[in-house]
Ligand binder design. Sequence first.
Ligand code: SF4
Ligand SMILES: [Zn+2]
Length: 390
Amino acid sequence: MQQVLRRQVPHTALDPWHADIYYEEVRLHTPEDPRAGPYVMPLVTLRTNPCRWSASAGCVMCGYHLGANRAPVTDQHLVAQTEDVIRRVNPVVYPSLVFTSNGSFLDRAEVSDEVRPVMLRMLREAGFQFLTIETRPEYITSNRLYAMVKAFSPDTAQGFGPHPISVSFGLESSDDFVQQYCINKGRRREDYLAAFDLLRSRGFPFDCYVLLGKPFMTAQEDVKDAERTIRFAADHGSGYIFVMITNLVDYSLTSYLTERGRYTLPSLWRAVELLGRLPPEYRRLIQIKGISHAPVSPRNYARTCDLCTEHVKGAINFWNQTGEFEHIRAIYPCACRNGFRKGEWAVQAEASLCQRIVSEYQILAEELDIDSDLIPEADLRTLAVAENWA
Ligand code: SF4
Ligand SMILES: [Zn+2]
């Protein structure tokens, strides 16, 4: 299905000599960070070739492929993009930065194994102290980890860390059924656990993105799944957990469903509800993302009503920067919150998630002219039983 939707993605040939850089207000809190507290984080997205998973299938809400380059990106381009970052981002003001690609920084189809250490050495020599890269778990190998740390932090390379490179995962959900059939992530919990184990044993910090606003799920199912996933990530050592609120990007399944009235972006109140339900020891790890910045601007962001969207976003932003829950507690009780409670939050499903997904897949197959025998119904039902969604 995703392949059919992706067929119309334009053949982008972005300027390969410059990187995308935008800034987000965050809070730093782990012992490995060069400083603690509110921080403006530069997010460098290299204009690499697209995520391989996105090109072949892709996650249902993803728009990273729109910021990727369809013309070949060479090592020379990537070195030039790194020089561009060094020219534009001052390491004295910004010692820590997210430096990543449009999918997986550790996939050699995006960043070659030869050029990756060259780029990291350039960043170290320029004075940057701490990096966060993003990757799917299947691209993590001991060799790549070692090559990165040797280039960026030769002082810690021979030891067991902590190393000043953190690895970020789009975990989205710790539930295999949700991962597979609501998000189409193409990975299982075990894949992440293996990657977490390897990183921990080698002294690398890591963090996880958790998706809020998953299609096919009711708001309550979505929040419960996010809560379980947050506990899973935290209990396995994730230093930060970023709750990513789905936004609407072109050529995604979520956009396709929205246009036909079968999906709606979550209200921002859903994120507020989630924060309120978390015990403080888990909540303190959370920052909410996806509400106002993205490498490629989405068509729509999650919101509340015209009167209070900016106010709620502001409160979430202050929470992100300070970790003070008072900012969330003090959100003005706009009438639309009641509307959320009586509407989106009150929706009860009439069938199991498994049944709803099978019927939605059947509709999609018909609409997109795909043979419905391709729907892996037996596997889907088996996994639904295993994860209690049957
Ligand atoms: S969310 Fe990440 S893994 Fe999924 S398609 Fe997008 S870039 Fe690839
Ligand atoms: Zn409102």
